[in-house]
Design a protein around this ligand. Structure first.
Ligand code: ATP
Ligand code: MG
Length: 433
């Protein structure tokens, strides 16, 4: 075999011509061995960063403090990192300073898992001093060397362990898992941005259910730097719903459904998402889905249903849902429907969410989508009348009364009580004064 990527080949040949060693390393070798699509290409070399820079016409010093230079070729960009060992670890995070070394094997030794500690030379020959291929064949994820020490050096590796085990469908080797359970409290040293990024990749990945189960078993989330006020253990009661996560596409829907299953108030979720470094917009969007579910559930609980025969009053349900949807916005309404559709039958579950699902979800999913596609007007922007129109027609000074009145008109229009036509809306506004 040989290196498939012509640019990577060229980088390695150039470095070798200049008298240095150079190899493909890390994730790209692992993915090549597994016949998976290769994302980014990392190259390790005995050349020092300034020597790498001298070999190529275009380079970017992307991570000089870690010995990394990005080589830019017409074929793509390649991260070239000088062989190194990480001198001393500080505060259970990756160190700021590195020591350059001349030996590839030493460089591979500092890597986290055996499958990530393989190299490939320019002829496609695999160098695999820690038996990464054997572990991959057996479907095993194993630390290089002492797992307890590796997790102790850099606690983020524990989250990477859960991510790789779930996304690559691997069994965590017993010693590695024992070490992870022991070192889990060190998670508190890891910045929440890095935690978030690993969690995102697990949840977006091909096996979110497995990731959640492993996370729960590992108890890593109980030891984060910022304590999240979320009862993660409730996911244990939603085994079939976790499996349904894969039916949802994209980060937003999957996070939103996972958080919905925890059955905590939407403002608690919003705070937790802030701690998880979600942007305000992303956090608000997830919280809006939950708030809509909450308001529909609460109103169904207060007024409506189910009655003694387990029946919901469909007219009441419709009204509550439509009003909630108009108030929380179309994005939240559509997201909630997608999540309810993906959820399996709730009959085995307990709690407020389960009751909500049993009483309204099937009906909502049936009728909600149709309504969304035909509703004449969903936001004030679409309403056939503006605040300015109202003030003129009613002969009043503009003021806060306009917002209240417009919202009333919007809701009645969305419910189908009023047509979205200027004359009709003005008439209704007069009658309401
Ligand atoms: P992916 O890009 O799919 O997440 P990857 O293995 O390429 O997988 P990167 O974060 O891109 O992961 O890192 C590249 C390589 O650097 C890894 O394969 C591993 O050898 C090494 N590495 C990355 N992070 C760590 C870490 N925290 N501890 C030890 N080695 C690491
Ligand atoms: Mg990578």
């Amino acid at each position: 075999s040989y290196i498939q990527d012509r640019g990577a080949s060229a980088v390695i040949c150039k470095l070798e011509e200049a008298g240095y060693e150079a190899y493909l390393v890390g994730g790209c070798v692992r993915d090549a061995v597994l016949n998976r699509r290769i994302k980014d290409i990392d190259i390790a070399t005995s050349a020092l960063p300034e020597q790498v820079i001298a070999c190529f016409t275009r380079t970017v010093p992307t991570g000089l403090q870690h010995g990394t230079v990005t080589v830019v070729l017409p074929e793509g960009t390649y991260e070239v990192t000088t062989f190194r060992k990480e001198s001393e670890y500080e505060g259970f995070r990756r160190p700021a300073s590195v020591a350059y070394i001349s030996d590839l094997i030493e460089d591979l030794k500092r890597r986290d898992f055996t499958m990530n500690a393989m190299a490939m030379d320019k002829n496609g020959k695999i160098l695999d001093p820690f038996d990464g291929q054997k572990d991959l064949e057996a479907g095993v994820l194993r630390c290089v060397g002492s797992a307890e020490e590796r997790f102790g050096e850099d606690a983020l590796r524990m989250l990477r362990c859960v991510r790789f085990a779930s996304t690559y469908k691997l069994q965590v080797e017993a010693g590695t898992w024992q070490a992870l359970l022991k070192q889990a409290p060190l998670m508190r040293h890891i910045a929440m941005e890095r935690v978030r990024s690993e969690l995102d990749r697990m949840i977006e990945g091909p096996a979110p259910a497995r990731a959640v189960r492993l996370l729960l078993a590992s108890r890593l989330t109980a030891h984060l730097k910022k304590q999240l006020p979320l009862p993660f253990e409730r996911w244990l009661a939603w085994d079939d719903a976790l499996d349904a996560l894969s039916a949802l596409e994209g980060q937003h829907d999957r996070w939103s459904m996972l958080l919905m299953l925890l059955e905590v108030p939407s403002d608690v979720v919003r705070t937790a998402l802030q701690e998880l470094t979600f942007s305000r917009a992303d956090g608000d969007a997830v919280a809006a889905d939950l708030a809509l579910r909450e308001s529909v559930a609460a109103q169904m609980h207060d007024v409506g249903a189910p009655d003694a025969a387990g029946q919901t009053d469909p007219a009441h349900l419709e009204r509550v849902w439509k009003l909630g949807a108009v108030r929380r916005g179309e994005a939240a309404a559509r997201a909630l429907l997608r999540q309810l559709r993906a959820l399996p039958d709730a009959s085995q579950q307990r709690g407020e969410l389960a009751r909500f699902l049993q009483s309204v979800a099937p009906e909502l999913v049936r009728s909600g989508e149709a309504w969304l596609s035909e509703v004449p007007c969903f936001s004030l922007k679409q309403l056939a009348i503006s605040g300015k129109d109202l003030a003129e027609e009613l002969g009043l000074q503009p003021g806060p009364w306009m917002g209240t009145l417009l919202q009333q008109l919007l809701e009645r229009t969305a419910l189908g009580e009023l047509a979205n036509e200027k004359d009709i809306l003005i008439q209704a506004a007069r009658a309401a004064q």
